[in-house]
Design a protein around this ligand. Structure first.
Ligand SMILES: C[S@@+](CC[C@H](N)C(=O)[O-])C[C@H]1O[C@@H](n2cnc3c(N)ncnc32)[C@H](O)[C@@H]1O
Length: 227
């Protein structure tokens, strides 16, 4: 990686990728019923309104630039919950072919493709998944990504007894990139004011990675540079 950020190594055991069934994660259809268990999930008011719905919050472009500035992706990249293309457009800066799809019609990419039940594979998968199906997206991406996948998730996704059991002890991420600057998510069209109160991180699973999970921090400045 190009970045010379501070890094520490944690003690999460390194395990091989293996098929990860929806059954293990107790995913039912579009909604992960375990999502609110164990007190780990406390969405901001801004995202709370859409908890039971399709959860459409476009990612500010700087947050995607931070990822591609620090992680290399070789081959096609599938943005599998593309919304209005906010993330896909930045991903095209990698020079790789970007495939975009979404379950709902957001006016961009292929419509009606449910990632949770997909049979499609791709060398790379990158998205900001709907919060209410985050575990299901991890499970599906573990199965369908041939090389690397990156999900933008709350930093607090790291905690929780259920996730510890079903994800982190079996399939720890290769790297976790913590944002130094806060991301503010707004429903599309809403005027952006103030700064966010929730910490986010890019969680990266890389089949070429050996060793324990790396924890890394983005240097401050992406927000201003790619506003
Ligand atoms: C938080 S938004 C992020 C949009 C886009 N990835 C971005 O970062 O700008 C989540 C998106 O997931 C889509 N979505 C919800 N459930 C889905 C599913 N099962 N399969 C594919 N897309 C889904 C929603 O329609 C919404 O566009």
């Amino acid at each position: 990686m190009a970045c010379d950020c501070n890094r520490i190594h944690n003690v999460v055991p390194q395990l091989k990728f293996s098929p990860y069934t929806s059954k293990n994660l107790e995913v039912r259809g579009n909604m992960d019923r375990t999502y609110n268990l164990n007190g780990g999930f406390k969405p901001t008011t801004k995202r709370f309104a859409d908890l039971d719905g399709p959860d459409f919050y476009p990612t500010p472009r700087w947050a995607t630039f931070a990822l591609i500035d620090n992680e290399k992706f070789k081959g096609d990249i599938w943005e599998c919950a593309c919304g209005d293309g906010a993330m896909s457009q930045v991903l095209s800066e990698t020079g790789e072919r970007i495939i975009s799809s979404d379950l709902y019609n957001r006016g961009f990419g292929e419509i009606g493709h449910d990632f949770l039940s997909t049979e499609r594979s791709s060398p790379n998968i990158i998205t900001n998944p709907p919060f209410n199906s985050a575990e299901g997206f991890v499970a599906t991406a573990l199965r369908q990504a041939q090389g690397k996948f990156a999900l933008l998730l709350r930093l607090a996704f790291l905690e929780g007894a259920n996730r510890s059991r079903t994800i982190f002890h079996k399939h720890p991420p290769s790297r976790v990139w913590v944002f130094s600057e806060r991301i503010t998510f707004y429903p599309k069209g809403m005027k952006v004011t103030g700064s966010g109160t929730t910490a986010y991180a890019w969680f990266v699973w890389d089949k070429d990675h050996a060793g324990p999970t790396e924890l890394a921090w983005f240097k401050p400045g992406y927000k201003q540079r790619y506003a």
